[in-house]
Design a protein around this ligand. Structure first.
Ligand SMILES: NC(=O)c1ccc[n+]([C@@H]2O[C@H](COP(=O)([O-])OP(=O)(O)OC[C@H]3O[C@@H](n4cnc5c(N)ncnc54)[C@H](OP(=O)(O)O)[C@@H]3O)[C@@H](O)[C@H]2O)c1
Length: 293
């Protein structure tokens, strides 16, 4: 049995769709069954309720599980929640955990979630279970957060200067995760996953303009102004501070490298930003609701 955590989130849902389409029986860990509607309707998907913040609730979810996909939210609990899951999975006899990690999980990173991913990776490596780290770069879906500004002002406002970033399509991560969970040879491996090109925000805006047929500009904003705008929009201070740290790393070029691993694992070129923008042109024109990010 395969268990997918983070099952109601961006990556978890995509992964469940792929495993279901391949006819693989899979269990989805869901903390709030009211959110499970779309995935519960997928063939071969069994929903089990549990909260990784409360390991005692994971017994049913972990019964007879051989392999698990570990995903949770970028929030203050991420380190505790994922550590709990690793400990509970080890006790339950899980053999292999595939972890969705960050592209730069350094223990001394200036970005708090990178440090947490680094600690979680180390805990998993020391657990005695097999592990595979999927170190993902920025999700292309992150640009859906820019849709309100694009629709209202024809611009995306980001504190990126002229730094480049090699973002990846969540569908590619899901294809790779589905392969890793259903085949062998990935034990003990770490895969940095990016898209096929590192783009400046000016190039991202040009690609969104070409796909939508509308002029979309990139406006560079000072980091502190970006943080104040997020706070004014209601973002919790913890997350606004985390993004402040993240964009400082990005401006330093920390996510500018294009890695070959995604293409090698997919046996095809990873999805380009042009393809992503074309596929979601109606979202960026404001004609379809942005998928949740
Ligand atoms: N954003 C990026 O560009 C990026 C890039 C690389 C890596 N990452 C990493 O990717 C991960 C997030 O992935 P995502 O965007 O696919 O997730 P997401 O859409 O934020 O969803 C998080 C999922 O985790 C579940 N979850 C959180 N806490 C839980 C708990 N205590 N027990 C059970 N389930 C819990 C959530 O359940 P509910 O629906 O109940 O909340 C939800 O299903 C983070 O670790 C982040 O650091 C992000």
């Amino acid at each position: 049995m395969i268990l997918v955590t983070g099952a109601t989130g961006l990556n978890g849902k995509e992964l469940l769709r792929r495993l279901s389409a391949r006819g693989v029986a899979v269990r989805a860990l869901v903390r709030n069954p009211a959110k499970a509607g779309a995935i519960a309707a997928l063939p071969q998907v069994e929903i089990v309720q549990g909260d990784m913040a409360r390991p005692e609730t994971l017994t049913a979810a972990l019964r007879d599980v051989d392999r698990a996909m570990l995903i949770s939210s970028s929030d203050p609990m991420m380190l505790d929640v994922q550590s709990n899951f690793i400990d509970a999975a080890g006790k339950a006899g899980v053999k292999h955990i595939v972890k969705l990690s960050g592209i730069m999980p350094e223990l001394d990173s200036a970005f708090r979630f990178a440090r947490m991913h680094g600690e979680i990776e180390k805990r998993l490596e020391a657990s005695g279970m097999a592990f595979t780290h999927l170190r993902a770069g920025e999700f292309m879906a992150a640009y859906f957060r820019q849709v309100p500004a694009i629709v209202a002002k024809g611009a995306m406002f980001l504190p990126m200067d002229d730094a480049r970033i090699a973002s990846i399509d969540v569908g590619d991560i899901a294809d790779i995760a589905a392969d890793v969970l259903t085949s062998s040879g990935h034990e003990g491996k770490t895969y940095p996953l990016t898209g096929p090109e590192a783009l400046t925000m000016t190039q991202v805006a040009e690609k969104l303009s070409a796909a939508t047929g509308k002029t979309i500009r990139y406006v560079n904003v000072p980091p502190e102004a970006a943080r104040q705008a997020q706070l004014a929009a209601g973002m919790p201070p913890y997350l606004a501070d985390a993004l402040f740290e993240l964009f400082a790393e990005r401006r330093n070029g920390k996510e500018a490298k294009v890695w070959p691993d995604a293409g090698a694992l997919l046996a095809r070129p990873p999805t380009s930003f042009d393809e992503f923008a074309r596929r979601n042109a109606s979202v960026f024109r404001g004609e379809a609701p942005p998928p949740q990010v």
